[in-house]
Design a protein around this ligand. Structure first.
Ligand code: C2E
Ligand code: CA
Ligand code: CA
Length: 602
């Protein structure tokens, strides 16, 4: 709309300039005609007098001269001469006209022989001088007018050019601004950041800088759960806090969606400063109830002086990607080791599909025991990757990778199927009731069709649903619970049991316990590492157990490595346990499961 107005403005401005030019040209043509006709009056009168003195009459010429003089005086007449507004010209013309009147009387007298012609001749001399002055006045006037007109025209032209340039510059600045800044938050965008960083680093050639790139964990999820408006609110709050802190010799930008970058002077505390700033930005009334669940994943790079901005950006982006594979809230710094790891990780991700087809993922089972009678009642399914050329690779190395690439979903269902195959064989070979628990990543949990897929796989092997337990890590319940609760409740309805894994490792979800459809609470192994404060831990465990029991939830503790720990858990009222004390995870085919007891006869 503004562009249209500007175009209209330019066009009319140039149109006015052209019209002014045409008017000026017409004017100067008119002025030239006045000069010409004045000259004609001068010459024609001389000719007429000569003819009259020679006895030749020329009434037509007299009439013509009358007409021209009248036209020059009034601006009206058949000669279409403009009226000249020069005062000198008009005065002299009036004088000339009066002399011309006298001359005509004298001509008449000469014609009838009343006069000899001497007077007429003298009159014609005077007339010539007067006419000469008239011509000169006309010329002077025309020249003056031409100069004034040209000056005026040049001024209009200059003015137009000046306006054109100013508006053009303003337009260019506006275009630049829209190209270089982020529409939502108003801070720099990627292109703007690259240009500004380039300029800044040129201005400070020896400056020691650090680049930090971060994003909001699970931003898509926040958006879809709380709505885009809140998502935008969050982004604007972050951008506002960043731009207030990083300006002048430091920069910040929103690169894309929930990705931000900061170019900060190196202090050694850059990351801490940024974290504090972001935490502060989340404490606004608009973000109440959401801000406390928001976390950030960060990549960092300490750039050496003189490096190109683009290279710096590539490196920090690699660090950021690598941090994301580490999970929520992680930070990774770019260095040579990281590069090597990234290459290895990308190899793993690329191999994933082939590994599934080639059965490189192995089902390991770690038995679980009842603490009252120390009987094995089930096992946890744990994946191992038999990686060609590397041997067994443990899940911590690839699960986070697969979570960020999304391929974890396939792996989780693959492991569920392996567990089902195992259980089918176990039942078919007369095994006692046995429960295999399968780990499900929060990524898998949030996929569409999760419920149906679990049901399909388990039913394909005609297994009683009570034999399959789903282990869902506690962090899956952070903040955003409703969709998870519905899915798990539906599975529970179908007879599956659900276990909350790693309880106590992250934020404690004690307040959620009564709202969640879970039958088992799995205490994180870290509880048992807190030896120094044993009494206190015991107290906490006892308290959690009591609360869980009140809600009809069984408690299992993982990571039991010693007899003391086992005794300790038993004393604390814990129901079940799992850990190296009992058994390490073993290949499923080597697990010794108790057989079903023979039915009592009779
Ligand atoms: P987790 O679910 O907490 O599994 C328990 C981890 O603790 C296992 O590590 C197990 O080997 C280890 N562990 C068991 N007993 C002890 C002990 O007494 N002491 C110590 N220090 N550790 C013990 P693992 O097998 O390396 O698995 C690591 C994590 O990978 C698992 O933690 C689980 O979160 C994940 N994971 C494993 N398999 C799968 C899977 O099929 N799908 C998904 N989504 N995640 C899986
Ligand atoms: Ca687990
Ligand atoms: Ca665990």
């Amino acid at each position: 709309m503004r562009k249209k107005h500007e175009l209209l403005g330019y066009t009319s401005m140039w149109l006015v300039a052209v019209l002014v030019l045409i008017a000026l040209l017409a004017q100067s043509v008119g002025d030239a005609r006045i000069v010409n006709y004045s000259g004609m009056v001068r010459g024609a009168t001389q000719k007429l007098v000569k003819e009259e003195l020679n006895g030749q009459r020329d009434d037509a010429l007299i009439l013509r001269l009358d007409g021209i003089i009248d036209n020059l005086q009034t601006g009206r007449g058949e000669y279409q001469l403009n009226k000249s507004y020069s005062g000198a010209f008009q005065t002299e013309l009036a004088e000339l006209k009066s002399l011309w009147g006298d001359m005509k009387t004298e001509i008449d007298r000469v014609r009838v022989g009343e006069a000899g012609g001497q007077v007429l001749f003298e009159m014609s001399q005077r007339h010539f001088e007067l006419a000469d002055r008239v011509v000169m006045s006309a010329e002077e006037y025309a020249d003056r007018k031409l100069i004034v007109s040209i000056s005026f025209y040049l001024a209009v032209l200059l003015f137009s050019v000046a306006i054109y340039l100013t508006v053009g510059r303003r337009g260019r600045a506006a275009v630049e601004k829209s190209l270089y800044s982020d529409h939502l938050t108003g801070i720099l965008n990627r292109a703007g950041f690259e240009a500004a960083a380039d300029e800044l680093l040129h201005r400070q050639p020896g400056g020691e800088y650090c680049l930090l790139e971060f994003d909001v964990d699970d931003f898509k999820f926040l958006n879809s759960t709380y709505g885009y408006e809140l998502g935008n609110e969050l982004l604007c709050a972050l951008a506002g806090a960043l731009s207030a802190a990083y300006h002048g010799a430091e920069l910040c930008a929103r690169l894309d969606a929930d990705d931000f970058v900061v170019l900060a002077k190196r202090t050694g505390r850059e990351q801490k400063t940024l974290r504090e700033l972001l935490a502060q930005a989340l404490r606004t009334p608009q973000l109440a109830g959401v801000g406390e669940f928001v976390s950030f994943t960060t990549g960092g790079y300490e750039a050496p002086a003189g490096e190109r901005v683009q290279t710096m950006m590539d490196k920090v982006s690699l660090a950021h990607t690598s941090a994301k594979a580490g999970g929520r809230g992680c930070t990774a710094w770019y260095d040579a080791r990281l590069l090597e790891r990234i290459q290895q990780e990308s190899q793993m991700n690329n191999r994933m599909a082939r590994a599934l087809e080639g059965s490189e993922f192995r089902l390991y089972l770690q038995p679980k025991y009842r603490l009252d009678n120390l009987e094995m009642y089930g096992a946890e399914a744990l994946v191992r990757w038999d990686y060609p050329g590397r041997g067994l690779v443990y899940p911590d190395e690839f699960i986070p990778l697969f979570e960020s690439s999304g391929s974890i979903v396939k792996l989780d269902f693959y492991m569920l199927e392996q567990a089902c195959i195992y259980l089918r064989q176990h039942i078919d070979s007369g095994g006692a009731d046995f429960v295999v628990s399968v780990n499900f990543s929060r990524v898998t949990l949030y996929t569409q069709g999760f419920f149906a897929a679990v049901l399909d796989i388990v039913d394909k092997y005609r297994l009683p649903h009570r034999c399959v337990e789903l282990e869902v890590t506690e962090s899956a319940f952070n903040g955003i619970v409703e969709p998870v609760v519905d899915k798990l409740a539906a599975l529970q309805q179908k007879g599956f049991s659900v276990s909350m894994d790693d309880f106590g490792a992250g934020y404690s979800s004690l307040h959620l316990l009564d709202k969640l459809p879970i039958q088992v609470l799995k205490l994180d192994k870290e509880f048992l590492r807190e030896n120094s404060r044993e009494e206190r831990v015991k107290h906490v465990i006892a308290h959690v157990v009591e609360l869980a029991h009140d809600l009809g939830i069984a408690v299992v503790c993982e990571g039991v490595e010693t007899r003391e720990q086992m005794e300790f858990l038993r004393a604390a009222g814990c129901d079940r346990a799992q850990g190296y004390y009992f058994s390490r995870p073993v290949p499923s085919e080597t697990l010794q499961v108790p057989k079903r007891q023979a039915e009592p006869v009779g």
